[in-house]
Design a protein around this ligand. Structure first.
Ligand code: FAD
Length: 396
């Protein structure tokens, strides 16, 4: 690869490819680029260490039960890679296949689960199934069954450990010669007519042939520095941890009520409660956990989980982070419309950890002009201007 400029300000700060963001997605991309033979890869991050953005806030759910073909395909490719992860990277990705259990409370919800299940089956998720109230009681005997008319379950879904996956990609990248630079904030991007020339950072200018936007919830902000519109917005998500330990068995499936989107799972010995409702304060990348939200989610949970009767909220152990939402809640993957050396892997809309193995491989192949095993054209960044938003069967 030839350099755009021969004389960078700092000779050590040039690269063939620069990945901006060292969360789980940037790390996966760096690793897969290095596996494709790209030399001189530099990953930069404004934080003092890797994964301090959304990756460290993720609870670590994994599912193939989605309502769009492309999300199911991303999960299937990721599932295959997660099952081989320890052999490839020497680090356990913590993949515990405890299952995801979706609960329907109306005919409409059951209809959507049934449609989604057909799509999952057709796309290759053979272990996803529809379940009756009797099955549900066996799968999760801890919940109140009031109002539940049926559901769906996939035993191949479950839990992963986000920081382990990221560390696996980083350690393999470093072995392949990739450099990581922390406390390196990208503050401006200088682009010519159709290419980025260099990025301005707190470590000086960095010149490269290829630039990758892996800035998570800040991806829209980063793209704007290059004069590009990337419709990724941050959305606060909160997690309420229960103080007592071992309230439920560790491998209780992730259990989700479709009507309210309330869900829970066990994590590191504690029950965690999630309820993705509009936060009181979603401005300015705010990640303060809200007292009102915690009281509300705990109230909902007590009505659904009798085991919570004598439990209490662990305020210090609860946390919030940012989802990176795209307009159709699907990943944006590929080259920018206006700048031919600026690539996006953004807007996973809350599924970025589970899909990170696939995202890294797919984008690295796009950059290196190698064929991909799934057709990802539908995820192209131009779809929003072309009004070609991805549709999905709505259930979660
Ligand atoms: C509460 C919560 C629960 C979640 N649960 C799940 C789950 O169960 N399963 C799942 O798959 N996903 C989940 N997610 C979503 C998941 O965390 C994200 O999709 C994923 O972490 C995105 O990875 P990333 O590498 O793109 O972003 P990040 O991890 O945020 O990394 C982006 C990096 O870019 C850096 N950066 C940003 N701007 C700049 C700049 N200008 N210069 C230099 N560096 C910059 C940041 O410092 C950051 O380190 C959850 C998220 C939250 C908040």
């Amino acid at each position: 690869m030839s350099r755009l400029h021969d004389q960078p300000l700092h000779p050590n700060l040039s690269a063939d490819a620069v990945v901006i963001g060292s969360g789980v997605i940037g790390s996966s991309i760096a690793y897969h680029l290095s596996q494709n033979g790209v030399k001189n890869i530099l990953v930069v991050d404004s934080a003092p260490a890797a994964g301090m953005g959304s990756t460290s806030k993720a609870t670590g759910g994994f599912r193939s039960q989605f309502g769009s073909k492309i999300n199911i395909q991303l999960s299937l490719l990721s599932r295959k890679k997660l099952l081989a992860f320890k052999d490839e990277h020497g680090i356990d990705p913590g993949f515990e296949q405890a299952g995801y259990l979706f609960l329907a409370g109306s005919q409409e919800e059951l209809k959507n689960l049934t449609l989604a299940n057909s799509l999952q089956q057709m796309t290759g998720v053979k272990d996803a199934m529809l379940v009756s109230p009797v099955d549900i009681q066996k799968l999760n005997p801890h919940i109140c069954m009031e109002g539940i008319t049926g559901g769906s379950f996939c035993p191949g879904d479950g839990f992963i450990t986000p920081m382990n996956i990221m560390q696996g990609y980083i350690s393999s990248s470093v072995k392949n010669g990739v450099r990581f630079l922390y406390d390196c904030n990208v503050t401006a991007i200088t682009a010519g007519e159709n290419k980025i020339e260099y990025i301005q950072t707190t470590h000086g200018r960095i010149y490269a042939d290829i630039f990758v936007n892996a800035a998570g919830a800040f991806a829209g902000h980063l793209a704007a520095m290059a004069g590009e519109t990337l419709p990724v917005t941050p959305s606060k998500r909160q997690v309420c941890r229960i103080k007592e330990t071992e309230t439920l068995p560790p491998l209780t499936p992730m259990t989700i009520w479709i009507d309210s989107a309330f869900h829970f799972r066990m994590r590191e010995g504690h029950l965690i409660l999630l309820h993705p409702c509009e936060p009181e304060n979603n401005e300015n990348y705010n990640i303060h956990i809200e007292e009102s939200w915690m009281n509300n989610v705990f109230g909902i949970a007590k009505g659904k989980l009798p085991a919570l009767e004598h439990c209490s909220v662990d305020r210090e152990g609860s946390w919030a982070g940012l989802y990176e939402i795209s307009p159709d809640e699907h990943l944006i993957l590929g080259v920018s419309d206006g700048l031919q050396n600026f690539y996006y892997a953004n807007g996973s809309s809350g599924h970025g950890v589970m899909h990170s193995p696939a995202i890294g491989e797919l984008l690295a192949n796009i950059i290196c002009n190698k064929p991909n095993e799934i057709d990802v054209d539908i995820l192209n960044p131009a779809r929003f201007q072309q009004n070609k938003l991805i549709e999905q069967i709505p259930f979660f």
